[in-house]
Write a protein that binds this ligand. Structure first.
Ligand code: HEC
Length: 145
């Protein structure tokens, strides 16, 4: 008799637990995918220190695969600031933020990119990028016209 009672209790407990799991599961899955990555991305330092003479991990990659596309350069180097607007960096594809800069002309934009401008570091931290790779990255960030 007690064995049966205990058995019933155990079943009730198990039902309760599985109810809790079922009830809480939607809460866990309500968090949009990629959120942990987004947070990790936001916690990353704005730039990386790369001293003259260091290859900073880019030289071998560039040598192996030829010139990087604008998107690749953006994703590796410019993204850190230009995805979220760190220190006022114009955000990728934001027409309002880019309009006054585009008005200066590509030559002026490339001048800022190569030499830096206020909080914008020279070559956008891609010391090993060619001018062509950097210009492709600038074009990648400009809004579609
Ligand atoms: C450490 C942060 C940071 C990184 C990394 C960075 N930028 Fe910037 N960038 C800025 C900031 C801040 C500004 C705004 C500067 C200002 O107007 O005072 C800016 C502005 C610019 C501008 C506009 C310049 C102008 O004359 O108006 C261009 C073009 C640009 N960045 C290109 C790039 C490219 C290309 C890369 C990647 C290769 C890159 N940036 C990486 C912070 C960054």
């Amino acid at each position: 008799m007690t064995a049966v009672k205990n058995g019933v209790k155990a079943v009730k407990k198990a039902t309760l637990i599985s109810f809790a799991v079922v009830a809480l599961a939607p809460l866990a899955s309500a968090v949009p995918p990629g959120t942990a990555d987004d947070i990790r991305e936001r916690l990353k330092p704005a730039g990386t220190l790369c001293r003259a003479g260091d290859d900073c991990g880019t030289a071998t990659a560039a040598a192996a695969s030829g010139p990087l596309s604008g998107e690749q350069v953006y994703n590796q180097f410019c993204f850190a600031c230009h995805a979220s607007g760190v220190s006022g960096a114009p955000i990728l594809g934001d027409a309002d933020q880019w309009a006054p800069r585009v008005a200066k002309g590509m030559e002026a934009l490339m001048d800022s990119t190569l030499n830096g401008l206020n909080a914008m570091p020279a070559k956008g931290t891609c010391a090993t990028c060619s001018d062509e790779e950097l210009q492709a990255a600038v074009e990648h960030m400009l809004p579609e016209s």
